[in-house]
Design a protein around this ligand. Structure first.
Ligand code: GUN
Ligand code: ZN
Length: 441
């Protein structure tokens, strides 16, 4: 049994847009969180009560304990191309992304890439993710195997692309279907893995492949579906030329049976009201990818407008279009994107979306995203401050929202002290910055 003493922050309800009050916020300063040997949270109790008899106790008073972050859209092979200069989406895919993804046909490259990627997620405070590997079956296999070794909750699937991609990066409908069925048999529902039918985006799949993908989803409604939608204006124009009968980009997926409650659609910047209504009716989610949208110059996503239309919104790094695996940096970029649209993202809406909100949107609210008995102990321990600027800023904060908002905006992976997955320690920072750990608490 493990017991961690810290300031606990999570959410009991959905915070309202723009509300800096404490509705839905569960703030439990100086509490013990007790983890059972089954890897689940067993108890939460005030610090003064002490840890249970026999527990391995760690006293982290003055630090912040949060559920591990959930990144709902990220590309495993794109640590190879993160921070590539000078291109918008379609050009960036051609110049950087496609050439680098070819190497993942090699199972050794995939195994090393999967280990590097998952260890990096854990070192950035992300314990669960919805992930694109590559078109190669070996890359999905490597990702699932590496996630199982680390006990991580992962949603992933072999990427489908049978056109408009270079040699070495295309499948065909029959082979792709066999690979999907085999990977589903091997991994879907095994441990903490779930399979996502993974259409890269409409331009790289023929109508026949989209139909095959839709048939897989219809045959097993417990499967997820992940793709990209309406990210870039040139991409949207290309899709309307390729699919002249579809009402919209999103309608291409809807028509193929790919829009449902387990669909995760990255970006969704250039959707219209009918699209948003379709997302609501399907119960699908949009993964807002702010650092990617800024870096590739894709556009400014309207979060409250999309949410008000009834669509679920989660937040994602989209590395390597995105420039950091850190969900804190991603949320800080999210604030700036919303600010450019005259909207204000509170720390509560942001942190909820990256934890419990994402968990619930994925139908995993019982398992991840909250600090409650019964949930898996996927946990991250954070320093409030690691330098003089953040320590000073937090020391003059007047209320909890101000403090958490400043932390969210200034903190990154340097603030992460340790990560546990299902109660097992999977990351620990080598040494706390001298004299500053918890300085502002
Ligand atoms: N659209 C199709 N593929 C990709 C990708 O790898 N990254 C992003 N950001 N958009 C895409
Ligand atoms: Zn992406």
């Amino acid at each position: 049994m493990l017991a961690l003493r810290a300031d606990l922050l999570d959410f009991s309800a959905v915070p309202a847009w723009g509300d800096t009050g404490l509705h839905g916020v569960r703030w439990r300063p100086d509490h013990w969180l007790v983890v059972g040997d089954d890897g689940r949270i067993a108890d939460v109790r005030p610090g003064a009560e002490g840890p249970p008899e026999g527990a391995r106790a760690e006293d982290h008073r003055g630090r912040l304990l949060l559920p591990g972050f959930v990144d709902t859209h990220v590309h495993m092979p794109q640590l190879d191309v993160i921070a590539s200069f000078g291109a918008e989406l379609l050009d960036w895919l051609e110049r950087y992304t496609f050439p680098s993804e070819r190497a993942y046909a090699d199972p050794g490259v995939s195994a090393r890439g999967a280990a590097r990627f998952l260890d990096a997620l854990l070192a950035h405070g992300t314990t669960a993710a919805v992930v694109f590997p590559t078109v190669h079956r070996a890359s999905a296999e490597a990702l699932f195997a590496a996630a199982a070794e680390r006990g991580m909750r992962i949603v992933a699937g072999k990427v489908l692309m049978d056109r408009h991609a270079p040699d070495g990066l295309r499948d065909d409908v029959a082979q792709a279907e066999r690979d999907c069925i085999d990977l589903i048999d091997r991994w879907h529902g095994r441990g903490r893995a779930a399979y996502a039918v993974t259409v890269r985006f409409a331009p790289t799949s023929t109508p026949a492949q989209l139909a095959m993908a839709g048939a897989l989803c219809r045959a097993d409604p417990t499967l997820y579906m992940q793709t990209h939608v309406a990210e870039n204006r040139e991409e949207v124009r290309w899709v309307s030329a390729l699919f002249p009968d579809a009402r919209s980009y999103l309608d291409v997926y809807a028509g193929a049976g790919l829009l449902h409650a387990r669909s995760v659609l990255a970006h969704g910047i250039w959707l219209d009201d009918l699209d948003r209504a379709a997302l609501r009716e399907a119960g699908a989610q949009v993964a807002f990818c702010p650092s990617s949208n800024l870096f590739l110059g894709s556009g400014l996503f309207d979060w409250p407008g999309t949410a008000a239309a009834g669509a679920k919104v989660t937040v994602a790094s989209d590395v390597g279009g995105g420039t950091s695996l850190s969900m804190l940096r991603t949320l800080a970029e999210g604030y700036k994107v919303q600010a450019l649209g005259g909207r204000r993202l509170t720390a509560w809406v942001a942190l909820h979306a990256a934890t419990r909100g994402a968990a619930e949107a994925l139908g995993l609210g019982h398992e991840i995203g909250r600090l409650e008995p019964g949930a898996m102990a996927d946990l991250c321990l954070w320093d409030w401050a690691v330098g003089t600027v953040d320590a000073h800023r937090l020391s003059v904060a007047r209320d909890l929202h101000e403090r958490c908002f400043a932390w969210m905006t200034l903190a990154d992976e340097r603030h992460l002290a340790a990560t546990w997955v299902a109660g097992r320690e999977r990351h620990r920072r080598a040494a706390a910055p001298a004299g500053l750990a918890g300085a502002a608490a």
